[in-house]
Design a protein around this ligand. Sequence first.
Ligand SMILES: C[C@@]1(CC(=O)O)c2cc3[nH]c(cc4nc(cc5[nH]c(cc(n2)[C@H]1CCC(=O)O)[C@@](C)(CC(=O)O)[C@@H]5CCC(=O)O)C(CC(=O)O)=C4CCC(=O)O)c(CCC(=O)O)c3CC(=O)O
Ligand SMILES: NC(=O)C1=CN([C@@H]2O[C@H](COP(=O)(O)OP(=O)(O)OC[C@H]3O[C@@H](n4cnc5c(N)ncnc54)[C@H](O)[C@@H]3O)[C@@H](O)[C@H]2O)C=CC1
Length: 215
Amino acid sequence: MTVYLPIMLDCHGQRCVVIGGGRIAERKVLGLLEAGASVTVVSPSITDGLAKLAEESALTWSKRVYAPGDIRGAFLVYAASNDVEVNRKVAEEAHAYGIPVNVASEAERGSFITPGVVRRGRLTVAVSTSGAGPGAAAEIRGLLEETLGEEYGPYLEFLHHMRTEIKQREESHEVRSRLLRKLGTLDVLNKIRQGTFIEWSPEAVEAWIAHHREE
Ligand SMILES: C[C@@]1(CC(=O)O)c2cc3[nH]c(cc4nc(cc5[nH]c(cc(n2)[C@H]1CCC(=O)O)[C@@](C)(CC(=O)O)[C@@H]5CCC(=O)O)C(CC(=O)O)=C4CCC(=O)O)c(CCC(=O)O)c3CC(=O)O
Ligand SMILES: NC(=O)C1=CN([C@@H]2O[C@H](COP(=O)(O)OP(=O)(O)OC[C@H]3O[C@@H](n4cnc5c(N)ncnc54)[C@H](O)[C@@H]3O)[C@@H](O)[C@H]2O)C=CC1
């Protein structure tokens, strides 16, 4: 069994190439665009959804079959055509260039697989069954979507803001680490859930930091 390493990859502005333009390619492209990647699709035909994105210049469409060299210099590659042989060639080329590649038809020929994803603002939860049951991964993703409410979005905005303020103000490692740990004990998530959370003013942030600095 392959034990995959989960990582969070910054793809912003990176050229990512998707070979194929069907339903599966579209799913991979939407994930890439959400992560801010610069997407090129190589495929003689594409779905209506992808065509709309191409019209809006949200992606680049090379309207032709895959040719060697298409993926040169890419950050990530997705082999998502319905031709197994083509996907194999794409994978071989990517391996030769040392580019990470996802193979939709035969996961084991690629170097990474795509998880199901739940997002709540800055929170990302990724679900993988290591390829054992993609449908099960989708189901588990659905369960998590029911469990993880929208309150995580504003909660993580709050944490991000507070952590940034603390890191900017506090030079001392000891004080910083005390304040950051203290932050984790606040009952903010529940308050947001119950609708009783009131946004902290700059003065309230200042006062909280001053109060807990010397503890
Ligand atoms: C290995 C992997 C490679 C990769 O694509 O990266 C892969 C491979 C294959 N999927 C197949 C089938 C289906 N895949 C889905 C759905 C999803 N598949 C996704 C990922 C992955 N699919 C990777 C492993 C993920 C993991 O488990 O860790 C998700 C999570 C993410 C995404 O695609 O963005 C997304 C859910 C998104 C969501 O809703 O959350 C459904 C259900 C549906 O379409 O609704 C079915 C039909 C039901 C079933 O078969 O279970 C087939 C058979 C194809 C054939 O018939 O030939 C293969 C080929 C093979 O098994 O080798
Ligand atoms: N990973 C996953 O979640 C799943 C993967 N699959 C696999 O993904 C493959 C694609 O599935 P769909 O998108 O539903 O197929 P599809 O038939 O809707 O689309 C295939 C696309 O590949 C393009 N294509 C064909 N030959 C090409 C070439 N030489 N160069 C570039 N593009 C080419 C076609 O123009 C078309 O846009 C399936 O054959 C299956 O093996 C299927 C279901 C789920």
